[in-house]
Ligand binder design. Sequence first.
Ligand SMILES: Cc1cc2nc3c(=O)[nH]c(=O)nc-3n(C[C@H](O)[C@H](O)[C@H](O)COP(=O)(O)O)c2cc1C
Length: 197
Amino acid sequence: MDVFDVDQINRLIANRRSIYPRAFADEPVEDSVINQMLENANWAPTHKLTEPWRFVVFKGDGLKRLAQFQSELYERVAGQNGTFENIVFEKLKKNPLKCSHVIAIGLNRNKKGKVPEIEEVAAVAAAVQNMQLTATAYGVGCYWGTGGVTYMEDAKSFFDLEPEDTLMGFLFIGKPRIEWPEGRRKPVGQKVKWITK
Ligand SMILES: Cc1cc2nc3c(=O)[nH]c(=O)nc-3n(C[C@H](O)[C@H](O)[C@H](O)COP(=O)(O)O)c2cc1C
């Protein structure tokens, strides 16, 4: 087993930040970085090796297709249930175009019955964290967003998901044109109890 540079890893984890499309430069992230993010996602822990993560990567004209699809779906669904807001519609139409790549995050339930769904959600979240940490290591910005069409049933097929699968949102990726943001957390001691006897 290699010996890792623990100080570097600690700094990497503490410096992972959500960086939003409004802060992305008009400059593409190399596909090699995206591929490494996906490779590292694939090494997330997975109970009974179900490997439930599924990803659809959008770039170039694919981002235009995503923008069109999600704004039109939102317009139809939110129009029908009376929740339509123009500001959300405009964001769904424009945000993908500010990104270098967008990765749709799916949870596949093919192996239903093997493990409870919450464990598959946990595995996919771990895969997403691997992608975020990898992006951080390259100085690439990203954030996991769950707004827009994420929980709309009719969105699933566009992302190659079946009705029993779950769309868990999107990873929006781009090169930051801002200073790397500071993080904010309350001390971990407030969330931990040790029992020693
Ligand atoms: C499951 C999940 C969903 C999220 N969805 C959104 C979202 O829809 N919109 C958003 O602005 N941020 C979203 N975030 C990012 C959080 O807002 C962000 O992690 C938090 O503000 C802490 O900032 P940091 O990631 O820079 O430490 C999401 C994070 C997680 C884990």
